[in-house]
Design a protein around this ligand. Structure first.
Ligand SMILES: [Zn+2]
Length: 401
């Protein structure tokens, strides 16, 4: 059985509105905000999620399937919160614009003009349209023009939103022909261990360890702690709107850095022969028994899933497959002799109680993650007699792009 996935990409464009009614689009994004808020409010109230779309749609002044897309996104945020607690409980009291999410050929439409531009038509409100042409990078316009003319590409949902007061359209496109390589066909495995202040990577082939790297991002940990402290203070003072603004800023900062780190992981992995990138499956971890305070802390305080998600979709666009392993004992197992004991690890230091092997503990965890996937792929696990020296780069010292 193959495990090929389709390639999905989001293309960002600016809207050059020519229908002289850009304020209509802005009004619609405010309406989308109230749909989002109402959905979150009802979900918090304990209303059955299946009943929410109809209740919200009756009052919304938006195209019906656009309302449904916004409701689905809000419920997705609630689900994410319950599953992973990435960025705290979704708020239903924020105001301002919220992205207007629309289905292709229902809530919005695109077409090629005689001049070679891409024209847009967004149904901002029922029977009211905003029209004009898209502006953007040559690369994005090229993909979109190709997508409009080729059966190989499918155009999906889009979001109309305002960024620094400028109207934008973010369009999802899928290449249905080109796919991600089947992971059974891999020759190297890249184990990825995500931590609060770094990500450790180790590449394993059947011959042994090819290389390993630790990418430090102390500024993410620092900023998250700083924002956490300030948010607590304003929350205690009862200033919820400031709290929400700060949360938005923290989220943007963290997301921006994590995008850089994920690009670096993919670029680094590409130098190895037919790589497969492997992560710890956190869902499996949460559903399972207690993995100790370190794991629990990581789970509750990390935008962990975000880094895994960014890395995996960027990898898929390069045709690189990703895999997931059960995280049990990855931080306690000695990569040299296999001895597994919690006391092997003391923060960033690893010292095996049995064979005496010493290592950077996150790098050791990334070796174990890679080893687990090698076993899943049914390769021979190479004997590890010595590990390469840990190399480090930092998002602070080095500009990752
Ligand atoms: Zn050992």
């Amino acid at each position: 059985m193959t495990d090929a996935q389709a390639l999905v990409k989001t293309l960002d464009f600016q809207l050059d509105t020519q229908s002289d009614n850009e304020s209509l689009l802005y009004d619609a994004t405010l309406e989308a905000r109230s749909v989002y808020n109402e959905t979150i409010r009802l979900a918090k109230q304990g209303v059955d999620w299946d009943a929410i779309p109809d209740r919200v749609a009756d009052d919304a002044n938006l195209v019906k399937n656009t309302t449904q897309r916004v409701v689905a996104k809000a419920l997705g945020a609630m689900e994410n919160y319950y599953e992973y607690d990435d960025f705290g409980k979704p708020s239903h009291t924020k105001d301002g614009a919220y992205p207007l999410r629309a289905n292709y050929e229902e809530g919005y439409n695109l077409s090629l003009t005689d001049d070679g531009d891409v024209a847009f038509r967004i149904s901002a409100k029922p029977y009211k349209h905003v029209t004009g042409v898209l502006k953007g990078s040559d690369a994005n316009l090229d993909i979109l023009q190709t997508a409009l003319e080729s059966d190989e590409w499918k155009i999906g949902t889009a979001e109309a939103l305002f960024h620094n007061d400028n109207a934008e359209l973010h369009v999802n496109v899928t290449n249905t022909e080109q796919t991600v390589r089947d992971k059974q066909d891999s020759r190297t495995v890249v184990g990825v261990d995500v931590n609060e202040d770094n990500v450790a990577l180790t590449v394993l082939s059947e011959d042994g360890i090819e290389d390993s790297l630790v990418i430090d991002f102390p500024e993410i940990k620092f900023e998250r702690h700083r924002y956490f402290t300030i948010r607590k203070r304003v929350q205690n003072a009862g200033k919820d709107s400031i709290h929400d603004t700060l949360e938005g800023r923290e989220e943007r900062f963290v997301r921006d850095r994590l995008h850089k780190v994920s690009r670096h992981i993919v670029a680094w992995s590409q130098q190895f022969e037919k790589p497969c990138i492997v992560f710890e499956d956190l869902k499996e971890m949460r559903d399972s028994i207690d993995y100790g305070t370190r794991m629990n802390r990581r789970l509750h305080h990390l935008p962990f899933r975000a880094l895994q998600f960014y890395t995996s979709y960027k990898a898929s666009f390069e045709g690189i497959p990703t895999a997931w392993i059960n995280p049990e004992y990855t931080s306690q197992r000695c990569p040299m002799c296999g001895h597994t004991e919690r006391a092997n690890r003391n923060k960033k230091r690893f010292k095996c109680r049995d064979c005496g092997h010493q290592d950077h503990s996150d790098r050791g965890a990334s070796v174990n993650i890679a080893v687990k996937d090698v076993k899943k792929l049914d390769w021979n696990v190479p004997a590890l007699n010595s590990l390469p020296v840990v190399r480090k780069v930092s998002t602070e010292r080095r500009s990752l792009s």
